[in-house]
Design a binder for this molecule. Structure first.
Ligand SMILES: C[S@@+](CC[C@H](N)C(=O)[O-])C[C@H]1O[C@@H](n2cnc3c(N)ncnc32)[C@H](O)[C@@H]1O
Length: 198
């Protein structure tokens, strides 16, 4: 056991995978995925974040940090990035892995409250890995209401889904879909959708 823990600590990739797997056992509906996003999916999502945009970049469902890593690599400044994650265990992991970032523990259905004064700066983009299909429908509705309230006209919502047919239009009535492409290199393949607030 000691040797196993030592190997995990020396190998952040393996540690992330082990943690992700444990969280799936604990809460499969909230995790909504069999494994962390691959770098190809994460970098596709991050590439949509405009770097010249005012306001915060909010990542929802940080997990073990696959998309967070891609957002930083893409050039999002750490002071502009806020990560929200529901699981306290994953929040601890994210805080250790990214001490330079603000990581908030809580449910994205209460995003306005979680961001507190921060949302007064405005939100440029939201990058979401939330499993909207597998969450309770009331939670999904509350989250989509938060998107409508917090993203200003012209702002972007970048969301991925394992539903290769894409997100239902009626879930985001105030948004216009500007891109929807499958990333075949993810395991399993996933669709990255980009919505602009009207
Ligand atoms: C599909 S995993 C994605 C993890 C990571 N971003 C990735 O791409 O590998 C979904 C993440 O959303 C988190 N989550 C689920 N429901 C949430 C909610 N209501 N509010 C905040 N985070 C939530 C889960 O704990 C999990 O870490």
């Amino acid at each position: 056991m000691k040797r196993f823990v030592k190997v995990l600590l020396q190998n952040p990739g393996a540690a992330s995978l082990a943690l992700f797997t444990r969280e799936i056992w604990a809460n499969p509906r909230a995790m909504g995925a069999a494994c962390p996003s691959t770098p190809s999916l994460a970098s596709r999502m991050a590439s949509w974040v405009p770097l010249d945009q005012e306001g915060l970049v909010v990542e929802l469902g940080g997990g073990t940090g696959a998309v967070t890593t891609a957002l930083l690599k893409h050039g999002v400044p750490p002071w502009k990035l806020v990560v929200v994650e529901r699981s306290p265990t994953l929040v601890n992991h994210l805080r250790q892995r990214f001490p330079q970032l603000r990581v908030i523990q809580g449910d994205a259905a209460h995003l306005t409250q979680l961001l507190g004064h921060d949302h007064a700066q405005g939100i440029g983009s939201i990058v979401s890995s939330l499993p909207l299909r597998s969450l309770h429908p009331a939670t999904t509705r509350a989250i989509s209401h938060q998107f409508e309230m917090l993203i200003k006209s012209g702002g972007l919502l970048i969301q991925f889904t394992y539903n290769l047919r894409g997100t239902r239009d009626r879930l985001l009535p105030c948004f216009r879909r500007v891109s929807s492409k499958i990333v075949w290199g993810n395991l399993p393949p996933a669709r990255v959708e980009v919505f602009e607030r009207e």
